[in-house]
Design a protein around this ligand. Structure first.
Ligand code: ATR
Length: 300
């Protein structure tokens, strides 16, 4: 493509950021839609998220993806916030609207969209167990509430974190330690813990006995590499429908593209770019904690 004086600039801020697959996805999408725009990675040191928002404002940057560790400071620094950003205090997408910078969070809705696209699942009315209560789990719980899930139980090592996350569910999610009845009765089980190291947690590592998984259930893991985590393997063996983390990564990006351009995202083009990027080694060594690197919510 030809970059000229009219080319709009978008980017991702993170620390580290060189590993990000977002430039590949978004540049492929801009090219496919014939949009005069370019998307680059901005390395922004931890603690400088709000300063980066101000820099984006003065440089006329048209939109940002925001990844670790800036989601909280950016949420505080934007001019207006979507309901998800208000609820979570975390922002993964900045959209320029006139002179205003508006914060959105597409992580939770990206997850919900991936369930629909990959397994035809509508979460409305479902009984859901969410394993984990960190930033990724919170984004998913908030989206489950907005998409009218029936009942959500948060299972987490630290109960205080589970309670804080459960409060995001409008009708009041319950909290629990993993228990057989709870997991067996769930329609949808989601692993959103950060135990993604070495290809995702064995079910036992997150307190889950594989015998609790069953046919007809949907089991999702936000770890995306490998695509079949040990949890998903156990779920497949039990006859459950499984959904990996790649779809969340794809759909959160597609929702960002739509917020920035008002144009439907070219999903297949973005999926192909993502597949291609997974085949290629990252250009630089990944310096972040290894377990963080394979989760959809950590890779805008
Ligand atoms: P993120 O924001 O990326 O989701 P996070 O905020 O560090 O990551 O949250 C990590 C989640 O994984 C939390 O639910 C954490 O449990 P605690 O709230 O008890 O910390 C969970 N987690 C991390 N390591 C764990 C382990 N070894 N066993 C069980 N749960 C673990």
């Amino acid at each position: 493509m030809l970059i000229t004086g009219t080319t709009a600039v978008f980017g991702v801020i993170g620390d580290p950021v060189t590993h990000s697959r977002s430039p590949l996805l978004h540049n492929a999408a801009f090219a496919a839609r014939g949009i005069d725009a370019v998307y680059v990675a901005f390395p922004v040191r931890s603690g400088n998220g709000a300063a980066a928002v101000e820099a984006a404002r003065s440089l006329g940057v048209r939109g940002l993806s925001v990844t670790m560790p800036h989601k909280d400071l950016v949420a505080a620094g934007v001019d207006r916030r979507s309901p998800a950003v208000e609820a979570l205090g975390a922002c993964n997408t900045v959209v320029r609207d006139g002179d205003d910078l508006v914060g959105h969070n597409t992580d939770g809705d990206g997850f919900i969209a991936s369930l629909g696209a990959e397994a035809g699942v509508d979460v409305a009315g479902l009984r859901v167990v969410v394993l984990g209560a960190g930033g990724a789990a919170r984004a998913i719980i908030d989206a489950l509430a907005r998409h009218r899930a029936g009942l959500v139980t948060v299972v987490n090592r630290t109960l205080a974190n589970a309670e804080r996350a459960a409060a995001l569910f409008a009708n009041g999610a319950s909290t629990s330690v993993a228990d057989a009845a709870l997991v067996s009765n769930a329609d949808l089980v989601i692993n959103a813990t950060s135990l993604g190291m070495a290809g995702g947690p064995a079910p036992e590592a997150i307190g889950l006995d594989p015998a609790w998984l069953r046919q007809g259930q949907i089991v999702a893991d936000i770890v995306y590499q490998p695509t079949q985590t040990p949890l998903l393997r156990a779920a497949s063996t039990a006859g459950a429908i499984v959904v990996g983390g790649l779809g969340m990564l794809l759909h959160q990006a597609a929702l960002q593209f739509e917020l920035w351009t008002g144009t439907p995202a070219p999903l297949q083009v973005m999926a192909d770019a993502l597949d291609q990027s997974l085949l290629e080694p990252a250009k630089q060594p990944i310096v972040q904690k290894a377990h963080r690197s394979d989760r959809a919510a950590d890779w805008e």
